[in-house]
Design a protein. Structure first.
Length: 255
């Protein structure tokens, strides 16, 4: 039910704009994150041979919202962050509820609760390599050719998260991800990841088109994709992230 029905006293509604003058500090939400940051090792420790899901420069620069509100395990999550997610991310919250509490994750070097607005990088060869860039370009063209998908997610405006915590954790500290508003999304039927997909895509051009026809799902079945640990590409004006150590608190308050 709603938070009012549960008798939960929520804090006053906070403005969602990134320009709000919150204190610009990052308070680690995990002991591991705190140790890495204290020793200046966060970036090196989280590097991998594939680029992190997180684009390295946020546009615009966002401010930390990680203030001390401990969950039962002693981790910290922000009242302001929780309130903003509850206000802005109802479609995602409903999908998580329908999935049985499964969350979408992205990996970051630093544990923090914050609002994120960043450029898409799926068409950049530095993200998935030259072959990956061609794969996502073919997806972009396939989506553009379908009138019903003219306003849908596409690689040029999308970001990828995973409903499998272990997959996101390979690229950094896993954070639950909460797209704002009525966002668009897509996932693959025949593969849990976008690239490289776990099924044959055939030759370029015609092969890629056949693959997308068989496997690409757009703006349908979000709860199914979450429940089955799929990678999900989403497009929204912005989204919120919360360290996965705070998952218990998030589920308790939002779902």
């Amino acid at each position: 039910g709603t938070k009012e029905q549960q008798g939960l006293a929520m804090p006053p509604v906070m403005p969602s704009s990134a320009s709000v003058a919150f204190q610009q500090v990052h308070v680690p939400c995990t002991a591991r994150g705190a140790s890495l940051l204290a020793h200046g090792q966060a970036s090196d420790a989280m590097r991998s041979n594939r680029r992190s899901f997180a684009f390295p420069v946020l546009v615009p620069v966002v401010q930390s919202l990680c203030f001390p509100v401990a969950d039962r395990r002693g981790m910290q999550v922000s009242d302001a962050c929780i309130q903003s997610i509850a206000k802005e991310c109802r479609p995602m919250i409903e999908a998580v509820r329908r999935s049985g509490g499964h969350l979408l994750y992205r990996g970051y070097d630093e544990a923090t609760c914050k609002r994120v607005k960043e450029e898409a990088d799926l068409l950049d060869p530095a993200t998935y390599g030259e072959d990956g860039a061609r794969f996502f370009l073919a997806m972009e063209q396939w989506l553009k050719e379908r009138p019903s998908f003219t306003r849908s997610v596409r690689p040029s405006c999308g970001h990828i998260g995973s409903a499998d915590h272990k997959v996101a954790a390979r690229w950094g500290i896993a954070h639950s991800c909460w797209p704002a508003g009525s966002f668009s999304y897509g996932w693959l039927r025949g593969s849990d990841i976008f690239y490289p997909p776990s099924v044959d895509v055939g030759e370029e051009n015609a092969g890629h088109r056949d693959f997308f026809e068989r496997n690409m799902v757009v703006d349908e079945g979000l709860d199914f994709a979450l429940r089955h640990g799929k990678e999900i590409m989403f497009a929204s004006d912005h989204y919120w992230i919360v360290p996965s150590d705070c998952d218990g608190r998030i589920r308790e308050l939002l779902t």
